[in-house]
Design a protein around this ligand. Structure first.
Ligand code: PRP
Ligand code: ADE
Length: 179
């Protein structure tokens, strides 16, 4: 077997200290995405628990959640719904402000993005404070979605975001952890 096949998925993540602010170690997934085997393995691992079940829509969070969420939706033969930063969606939206590990932001979803009762899988690259993901769940529920689960490539468990999401009754799956 080729040596590259033994490279752990975690080793394909690049860590950049003090970006975008002093004290933050940025976990960069671009190095995973540009590695063909790693990208496929990550998408397959995100999809696996839901294959064979009914997921009507994958909701991806701008921007990195679009890359992974689109691939996951394709594999699950489901639709894809973008959750975007404020001011980017052209039709009527619902919006919510949220806090990040390194700032604040506001996100939106089209009011008619899903049909009431649609089973939705939320996908993003990373969960840190959980501010983004909890806000996304809030938006999805406001427009009538059943949020079946949320999945991420990276968890930063010391920051506690995954636990916040579980406290909203959303099952959470992640592929790797960093401190
Ligand atoms: C990052 C990441 C998650 C979010 C996680 O996105 O892709 O969406 O932060 O942080 P949290 O759990 O503390 O909320 P960012 O807002 O930096 O946007 P980007 O994907 O456009 O770079
Ligand atoms: N989003 C929030 N915290 C992050 C981190 N440490 N690395 C990459 N993206 C992030």
């Amino acid at each position: 077997m080729e040596a590259r096949r033994h490279v752990a998925l975690k080793e394909t993540i690049r860590s950049i200290p003090d970006y975008p602010k002093p004290g933050i170690i940025f976990r960069d997934i671009t190095t995973l995405l540009s590695d063909p085997r790693a990208f496929r393995r990550a998408v397959d691992a995100l999809v696996h628990p839901y294959a064979g079940g009914r997921i009507d829509q994958v909701a991806g969070i701008e921007a990195r959640g679009f890359i992974l969420g689109g691939a996951v939706a394709h594999q699950l033969s489901s639709g894809f719904v973008p959750i975007r930063k404020k001011g980017k969606l052209p039709h009527k939206t619902v919006s919510i402000a949220y806090a990040l590990e390194y700032g604040t932001d506001e996100m939106e979803i089209h009011v008619d993005a899903i049909k009431p009762g649609d089973r939705v899988l939320l996908v993003d690259d990373l969960i840190a404070t959980g501010g983004t993901a909890c806000a996304a769940v809030n938006l999805l529920r406001q427009i009538g979605a059943e949020v079946v689960a949320a999945c991420f490539v990276i968890d930063l468990p010391e920051i506690g975001g995954a636990e916040k999401l579980r406290a909203l009754d959303v099952p959470v799956r992640t592929l790797m952890e960093f401190e």
